[in-house]
Design a protein around this ligand. Structure first.
Ligand code: BG6
Length: 507
């Protein structure tokens, strides 16, 4: 994660399974191209895309050019830059279920080794549907492709399993072929700029630590709301639901970064150990308490920014009677010294009023109020608001005197924002993660035990929701802030969800 520009990093061969897929076009290629532009790729590198289609290297690189022009944060490519980059791109068709179809990759690896006269790192990237992860790993072995402990890595996309059992199974299979230090399980939230900054903010400032505990924090909210609906992903989402899609991975990882103990160093395993400690300390969700500790929802039709949108059950490839949740909220507890008694509220959903990923840490009330003012009321509680997207900012909300002859109070924000840094200056999560995979840094990737303990935590809710169909679906309209039961979940503790409509507006 801490890296400096090093053009001398090891030569690298990327073999991208799912080379013509959506993820490759939207995320992986723009990320590799931007790393190339910024000088982070080694001098010798090769990108070999693969899929079942047949095409020439040139046709493939033209397809990627269109994708990069459309999806790169840097906008359209410059001809001479692209030409240089494209000279590193190749295509090899392969049926990924056939081990013999993997043999050409071995030949290509040999070819580059001879040409470069160096041992390259090999990165197998599984940008395919999850049921192919094991097949690819097995066929790499069957075709005797390079699998060196120090130089070969495999990147596995999410979802990693569909429940605890399948995740354990997948780990077992992968670990029978690769060592843990070769396996890079992606959770792209960990690569987001502000998410990485949380660690800097917590562990590079001495004033944070004394405040960061049950003595000062009243409660924490982790909220990832999305305006988009399911679109063309109905088939996948019907089998997933938002609990699997977002909470098991992204939201629990955010929680871990907020709640973890300070690591003793910035080593990948040390950081991941401290995160696993958090998950292990989470109070088990008892079946009898699921109704009172969680809420689920499914969106109906509505209007988003002047456009009429379908309800979830009307979306393509969705059962008209679907029980799949598109919204989930829950209250969690961490049973340790730091966080005993501090509730953590998580919520996420599709087709909500605004897209925003925000973590709010609400501090306790002042112990005694000396300011009695009818106009401003009691001082508001302090908050630390970590805005991950679309605004990228960390703001402390403090109380201050309103200028004037009377003692009236107002909330002011002490803000660190990335405004000077326009959005395009910040690397995309995939750039960070791919560079880490190239340099062999696993800090921001999920370890086997991390994934499993996260599944273990949510299994009771998953099972309960599957067995007990929601009687009131759909229960929130597109363009709302979610179902009423989610408001009730937090309201009964005397709080409400913080919805930040825009960066200048306070609640
Ligand atoms: C993905 C989920 O992991 O994350 C999607 O599968 C979700 O359903 C996406 O929309 C959100 O990511 P981001 O980076 O757009 O917040």
């Amino acid at each position: 994660m801490l890296k400096t520009l090093n053009k001398k990093s090891d030569p690298t061969i990327f073999i991208i399974f799912g080379g013509t897929g959506d993820l490759t076009k939207r995320k992986i290629m723009p990320a590799l191209y931007n790393l190339f532009l910024a000088g982070y790729l080694p001098v010798n590198f090769a990108i070999i895309g693969t899929s079942s289609s047949k095409m020439t290297d040139e046709k493939y690189s033209n397809e990627l050019l269109d994708a990069v022009n459309e999806f790169s944060r840097n906008g359209k490519t410059k001809k001479e830059d692209w030409t240089k980059f494209a000279s590193h791109i190749g295509f090899q068709d392969a049926d990924i279920t056939d081990p013999n179809a993997f043999k050409p990759f071995g030949k290509l690896i040999e070819k580059y080794k001879k040409e470069w006269k160096e041992t390259p790192s090999i990165i197998y990237y599984c940008a395919v549907a999850p049921h192919f992860f094991c097949t690819i790993a097995e066929n790499i072995t069957k075709a005797k492709l390079e699998n060196d402990l120090d130089t070969t890595r495999i990147i596995i996309e999410k979802p990693f399993g569909t429940d605890l059992g399948s995740a354990q199974e997948l780990n077992k299979k992968l670990l029978s072929i690769f060592d843990e230090k070769q396996i890079y399980r992606i959770d792209h939230y960990l690569g987001k700029e502000v998410v990485q900054n949380i660690m800097a903010f917590r562990f590079a400032n001495s004033i944070m630590e004394p405040l960061w505990n049950r003595n000062h924090v009243e409660h924490v909210q982790i909220s990832v709301t999305e305006q988009i609906g399911i679109g063309s992903r109905g088939k996948y989402f019907e089998g997933a639901g938002i609990l699997r899609d977002m909470i098991q991975n992204h939201l629990l990882q955010l929680l871990c970064i907020i709640a973890m103990e300070p690591p003793t160093n910035f080593n990948a395993d040390e950081v991941r150990d401290r995160k696993v400690d958090v998950l292990k300390a989470m109070r088990k969700i008892e079946t009898g308490k699921i109704e009172s500790m969680s809420a689920r929802g499914q969106y109906s039709s509505g209007w988003i920014e002047g456009k009429e949108v379908l309800g979830y059950r009307e979306e393509e490839n969705v059962d008209p009677d679907s029980n799949t949740e598109t919204y989930a909220a829950m209250k969690l507890h961490i049973d340790n010294w730091r966080w005993q008694g501090v509730p953590f509220y998580l919520r996420t959903g599709k087709r909500l009023f605004k897209s925003a990923s925000i973590i709010t840490i609400q501090f306790k009330e002042i112990p005694h109020n000396i300011f009695v003012s009818e106009e401003s009321g009691a001082p508001k509680q302090n908050r630390l608001v970590i805005s991950i997207q679309p605004d990228m900012a960390i703001r402390f909300q403090l109380q201050s005197k309103v200028p004037g002859l009377e003692m009236n109070l107002n909330t002011v924000d002490v803000v660190f924002d990335y405004a000077g840094n326009t959005k395009s200056d910040s690397p995309e999560a995939y750039e960070t993660l791919l560079l880490d995979a190239i340099t062999g840094d696993q800090t921001l990737f999920m370890r086997a035990d991390q994934v499993e303990v996260a599944w273990k935590l949510i299994m009771p809710i998953l099972n309960y929701w599957e067995k007990n169909k929601a009687q009131n679906f759909p229960n929130y309209s597109a363009d709302s802030w979610g179902p009423e039961n989610a408001e009730a979940l937090i309201a009964k503790d005397g709080y409400h969800w913080f919805n930040l409509p825009d960066k200048n507006k306070k609640e």
